[in-house]
Write a protein that binds this ligand. Structure first.
Ligand SMILES: NC(=O)c1ccc[n+]([C@@H]2O[C@H](COP(=O)([O-])OP(=O)(O)OC[C@H]3O[C@@H](n4cnc5c(N)ncnc54)[C@H](OP(=O)(O)O)[C@@H]3O)[C@@H](O)[C@H]2O)c1
Length: 188
């Protein structure tokens, strides 16, 4: 990754931290592709940043991830950096949860399984690209959990661990793996 002249895919790039990263990387002269569920949010940022592109994705949907990966690699053959940024945080009261644990399941599917699935779908492509990298957005809450959001914190600890294993297992390859361990934005 050179931070200029690269092709970035940023999940959750339509708002918040993903949008901030997308705008900054676009300004530095990279091809930036943002993904998320809300077309209106994606359209707003691509309209304000000519040349930036978007593709809709629901990262909770395993089949959609596979077709999404095929689409982005066909449309953007020089894609070399994936930023797994999309994520959700929900408060959970452990003694009064829904019987089907719907919130916990959505958090795990979005924050952990989604990045694992997207990484798996894109690895064969990224492996062949120069200066390729995968960045997974973790959190300080991976290491010091906020008791109000137990599943969220667990997913951030898990994605941190997963990134370390990717880095070790693929250490002979040129692909690089990073954890972006963020803390309380935009509150500070
Ligand atoms: N804010 C903080 O203080 C903080 C601290 C540490 C770590 N983080 C992490 O940083 C990342 C971004 O957080 P943020 O604060 O910028 O949150 P945000 O403003 O709520 O943005 C989250 C993004 O994820 C996307 N997303 C959510 N569910 C999705 C799904 N099923 N499929 C595809 N995209 C989905 C959303 O787009 P759509 O709704 O359009 O799908 C949205 O653009 C998250 O991983 C979060 O855990 C945040």
């Amino acid at each position: 990754m050179n931070l200029t002249g690269d092709t970035f895919l940023i999940t959750g790039g339509g708002s918040g931290i993903g949008r901030g990263l997308a705008k900054a990387l676009h300004k530095l002269g990279n091809q930036v592709v943002i993904a998320g569920r809300r077309k209106s949010a994606l359209d707003e940022i691509t309209a304000a940043n000519p040349g930036m592109k978007s593709v809709q994705l629901d990262i909770e949907n395993a089949a959609a991830i596979r077709s999404f990966a095929a689409q982005v690699t066909a449309e953007f053959p020089f894609l070399n950096v994936l930023i797994n940024n999309a994520g959700i945080m929900r408060a959970e009261k452990l003694l009064s949860q829904q019987p089907d644990l719907a919130d916990a399941e959505a958090i795990v599917t979005t924050n952990l399984l989604g990045p694992i699935r997207l990484t798996a779908a894109l690895l064969p492509h990224l492996e062949k690209q120069p200066h390729a990298a995968i960045m997974n957005v973790s959190s300080g809450l991976a290491f010091m959990p906020l008791a109000l959001t137990p599943t969220y914190c667990a997913t951030k600890a898990a994605i941190h661990s997963y990134t370390q294993s990717l880095r070790y297992q693929l250490r002979e390859r040129t692909l690089r793996f990073w954890n972006l361990c963020l803390r309380m934005w935009p509150q500070i």
